[in-house]
Design a protein around this ligand. Structure first.
Ligand SMILES: Cc1cc2nc3c(=O)[nH]c(=O)nc-3n(C[C@H](O)[C@H](O)[C@H](O)COP(=O)(O)OP(=O)(O)OC[C@H]3O[C@@H](n4cnc5c(N)ncnc54)[C@H](O)[C@@H]3O)c2cc1C
Length: 386
């Protein structure tokens, strides 16, 4: 049986737990990072070679957080001497008068993000190989690009270990006993710490059971689809082909794509929603209705791709009812911190989330306004007196 005493135990070595552990170690806190699977693994939400990084958002607070987050990514790149980001730009397309498209455009303008509004006339000069749908408009977030996800995860875990942090993988947390000192039992040992951060992705509610709390989280399986170029190189990252985001009407989720990178000659294009799945039984979910939506989109908008995915991989989203994150202290136990519900858009925020969860676990005032991310927003509001 392993054992030990720590300042903080972080549960989950996905992107959020790994950045939290790294921030704690930077502040010389004795930190243990626990992971249930052998690292690296492909069962949660942080695997795969690429993710989009962007300031284009439909809410100002995310755009503002990203301003600082870019600097933190660059800092990690310098510190580790590893390239983690490649600027490609991101073209946001959508019905010109649609609420969603207008919100993205307004947020870019409000936050003074370098941007280019494309006209129907010059669209193909800038974005060849894409057909802008009838009635759609397009705007480019120039600062956006690709994050090298697997590499980023390994880099931050390596930096954590260089700072003296301890990672124990293949060690599943089986119980959490709250108290002024929290006791965490795993498949291999029992550890104690002044505070615990739960960053368990789709498994969050399975862990929170031990603390008497359940959050309104829904876990869904995403089909990650790669589409083959008819002429190799037409949509390649090296040709500076951009990432894209196709917004639709309110009821329909967006579609996003990244230039060919991990599989040469294949673009990654996904639907921003999947089907309900227990993370421990992910592969039993076989619904592919999202792929039908993608086929229609590829046929309509990307004529240089074969409209049938050549590779389909799996990943998980953990959704909150409003798609905003959960970054908060446990309502009953102030030394248990929760980072969850990243709703399919949390990777780019990794360095900032790590900073915030570290600050919360040390009892510090967080660097950002966390009101959109509080657990209290899920509780029914008291009826006002008549
Ligand atoms: C297909 C896809 C595309 C995406 N694209 C983007 C994008 O372009 N841009 C972007 O910003 N974001 C994107 N995201 C979202 C982003 O990847 C996630 O928000 C982020 O990875 C969530 O990280 P996490 O650390 O919360 O969860 P996870 O990566 O799931 O990590 C949680 C970890 O906790 C461990 N764990 C759970 N329970 C236990 C236990 N009992 N004991 C020990 N360990 C435990 C798990 O094994 C896991 O490793 C995408 C996600 C997917 C699936």
């Amino acid at each position: 049986m392993m054992s030990g005493e720590f300042d903080c135990i972080v549960i989950g070595a996905g992107v959020q737990g790994s950045f939290t552990a790294y921030e704690l170690a930077k502040r010389k806190k004795k930190t243990l990072l626990l992971e249930q699977f052998v690292l690296p693994h492909t069962r949660g939400s942080s695997h795969g070679q690429t993710r989009i990084i962007r300031k284009a958002y439909d809410h100002d607070f995310y755009s503002r957080m990203m301003q600082e987050c870019y600097q933190l990514w660059a800092q990690l790149e310098r510190e580790a001497g590893v390239r983690l980001y490649r600027q490609t730009g991101l073209v946001v397309m959508g019905p010109e008068n649609g609420r969603s498209y207008q919100l993205y455009k307004k947020t870019l303008q409000n936050n003074k993000v370098p941007m280019v509004v494309l006209t129907r006339e010059n669209f193909n000069q800038h974005i060849p190989g894409v057909v802008l749908a009838e009635g759609d408009a397009a705007v480019v977030d120039v600062t956006a690009g690709v994050l090298y996800a697997d590499r980023a995860l390994k880099t931050v875990q390596d930096q954590f270990q260089k700072l003296g942090g301890v990672i124990r993988d293949k060690e599943k947390v089986t119980a959490i006993q709250p108290g002024p000192v929290v006791t965490v039992s795993t498949s291999a040992g029992v550890y104690r710490a002044k505070s615990v951060v739960i960053a368990a992705g789709p498994w969050t509610n399975k862990l929170l059971v031990h603390t008497g709390l359940q959050l309104p989280l829904e876990t869904v399986k995403i089909n990650v689809c790669y589409w083959k170029e008819k002429v190799p190189g037409s949509y390649d990252v090296k040709q500076r082909f951009p990432c894209f985001l196709q917004t639709e009407s309110e009821e329909v989720h967006h579609i996003y794509g990244l230039p060919s990178n991990e599989y040469p000659g294949m673009m990654k294009i996904c639907y921003h929603m999947g089907s309900k799945a227990d993370p421990d039984q992910r592969d039993q979910q076989t619904n592919t209705s999202d792929i039908d939506i993608l086929r229609r989109f590829v046929r309509r908008s990307l004529p240089g791709l074969l409209p049938e995915p050549a590779v389909v991989e799996s990943c998980m989203y953990t959704l909150t009812p409003d798609d905003h994150f959960v970054l908060d202290r446990h309502p009953t136990y102030q030394n248990i911190i929760i980072g969850a519900g990243f709703s399919g858009h949390g990777f780019k925020f990794g360095p900032i989330i790590g900073l915030i969860l570290c600050e919360l676990s040390l009892g510090e005032v967080p660097s950002f306004d966390l009101s959109p991310f509080r657990i209290g927003r899920f509780q029914p509001k008291p009826k006002s007196a008549l």
